[in-house]
Design a protein around this ligand. Structure first.
Ligand SMILES: [Zn+2]
Length: 105
């Protein structure tokens, strides 16, 4: 990968670390060579990554090409599946609470 870009990423990483700024950055060129920098506590890095995913999903849904539409459909199905699992879990927890209250019929 371009040396200038690599140096800029290294410098950015150092500057962020010095200022206690959370950073999660990955840059890869066409041949798959690249650099990845992460600074900060694990929870803050997770927050930063989730913001990146949010942004990526937004851009993905705006694109009209077949590949992006297919990916967006898969994402929606995965979200739905997760929601269903959460519903099932909540239903189970409610039943369990009712059982311990003693009003399960
Ligand atoms: Zn696309």
């Amino acid at each position: 990968m371009n040396e200038k870009i690599q140096n800029m990423i290294t410098e950015l990483g150092k500057a962020c670390r010095a200022e206690n700024v959370t950073l999660s950055l990955a840059a890869y060129d066409q041949v798959g060579e690249g650099k990845l920098v992460q600074n900060g506590t694990n929870p803050r890095i997770e927050l930063v990554i989730s913001k990146q995913i949010e942004q990526w999903e937004k851009v993905l849904k705006m694109c009209d090409c077949l590949a992006c539409r297919m990916r967006a459909t898969v994402l929606e199905e995965e979200d739905q599946e997760l929601e269903n699992q959460l519903d099932d879990f909540n239903e189970f927890t409610e039943k369990l609470e009712a059982f311990f209250r003693g009003d399960l019929t």
